[in-house]
Design a protein. Structure first.
Length: 196
């Protein structure tokens, strides 16, 4: 026996009655979630630094890394190394020390991994977001020399310990110092006082 079209129509409401109603969020639940997200947002946002400040910190980390490299390279090759700062050019280079004078043009260490092909770093690169080398003073000069043991000395070819010194790197939002201890060669960094 075939069912009549009327019997299908009579069954259709019964089939729909068996289905569960779709669950939706109430207005109160949505408001509670929004309030919780707002509270979490106020806790997280103050800890996020501006991008320019993070890029300046990247410049500081790069300089610290290169100082450590110069010290290690001096010890590894048992030859003095120097970091020569060009404040006007917003850059620095790592040099081989060949005698009592530094030659920043011809004694730069070769490094094929860098865009320039040498151990020269420019803070004018876009990745540093406008970081600026404000000053670099070591023993009243714009360079620091590391002897064969990686210890700072006061001049190329000298055995006299350095008095140390510091470089200052700034961004539109903050300034940082990188100091080298003259006796130990220990590198420290920090934010310039007043830049909070």
């Amino acid at each position: 026996m075939t069912p009549s079209p009327k019997s299908f129509a009579a069954c259709r409401p019964a089939m729909h009655r068996g289905r569960a109603r779709a669950r939706a969020y109430t207005l109160v639940e949505v408001l509670v979630i929004v309030v919780i997200l707002g509270i979490l947002g106020t806790m997280v946002v103050p800890t996020v630094s501006p991008a320019a400040e993070l890029r300046a910190q990247s410049a500081v980390r790069t300089l610290v890394s290169d100082i450590t490299f110069a010290q290690s390279d001096a010890m590894a090759f048992q030859r003095a190394r120097a970091i020569y700062f060009d404040v006007e050019g917003n850059s620095y280079s790592i040099l081989e020390v060949n005698g009592s004078e530094l030659d920043p043009e011809n004694d730069v260490i070769y490094d094929p991994s860098r865009p320039s092909g040498t151990m020269t770093m420019s803070f004018s690169e876009p990745r540093f977001g406008g970081a600026r080398l404000e000053s670099a003073v070591f023993d009243e000069q714009a360079f620091i020399v590391f002897d064969e043991m990686g210890a700072p000395v006061n001049a190329p070819g000298s055995n006299s310990p350095s008095a140390g010194g510091m470089a200052i790197i700034s961004s539109p939002t903050a300034s940082y110092w990188v100091a080298i201890d003259g006796f130990t060669g220990y590198v420290t960094t920090g934010k310039v006082d007043g830049d909070d």
